[in-house]
Design a protein around this ligand. Sequence first.
Ligand SMILES: [Mg+2]
Length: 303
Amino acid sequence: MANDQTSQTNDQVSRANDQSDQAIESYLIDMNGVLVQDEQLLPGAEEFIAWLRATGRRFVVLTSDSVYTQRDLAARLARSGLDIPAEAIWTSAVATAQFLAQQRPEGTAYTLGEAGLTAALHEVGYILSERDPDYVVLGETRAYSLERLTLAIRLIAGGARFIATNPEPTGLSQQGLQPGTGAVAALISRATGIEPYIVGKPNPFMMRSALRAIGAHSASTVLIGDRMDTDIVAGIEAGMQTILVLSGVDQRETLDRFPYMPSRVVNSVADLVDTADPASDPASGTSRRRRRARKTDQDHSQP
Ligand SMILES: [Mg+2]
């Protein structure tokens, strides 16, 4: 890499760090790749959540997953060893339901998705209908049926607005890759010539609605995520400080490809817990751990 590019990257990182003078009160934490992976706890997850509780900080756990309800996810996290209440979990399905309720209160929708999506829509007063719905809402499902896809295509061609919960082209199952919401959306778009409006990450609506849910403000909130192209960009666009963890999708080598930078890069949330100083702030503190993280921040831009 050219030297000027390296120093430019370092400048970007230090500028991003300079924003961190604002005291941090709240955390938006991506779930997969940050706290858990395949239902296994990632390093420091338990300690980090305990630290947030002990220091009275508000937090929300975010996920693009629209398959499960908030209660389902709370139960799954509990089985993995994390005690997080259902109200502190914010899914793309819940964000989508809020978006629709704001845009068109008590509307109607035809859904391609699982309980996480239908429950969220019912919760905001939506009626599910196959006849002339206001919206066709596509989420993640394990059982796409050609019959339901065909009906969705006909409804959209007939004027229903096309909404998708999240853009991921693939998902991961125990057996390997599977088509994600984005791939199925492409099928419908190809057939209708109409692109979906996507509510989940990286749409800042997902972040802003989660902030509202806990009464938090973007200027005093940190977003922690494992993906540059969904988590970090959405955090930046919503006006938050951002921390990239390397325990999930993105690795140090890939960071320089992106036109935006996180405020900090750490190996995992374990690096955010300073047990020696429970009152320290992992996002804006000046503890020794902070200095170490600054070093970590800059390491990635070295050739
Ligand atoms: Mg993730």
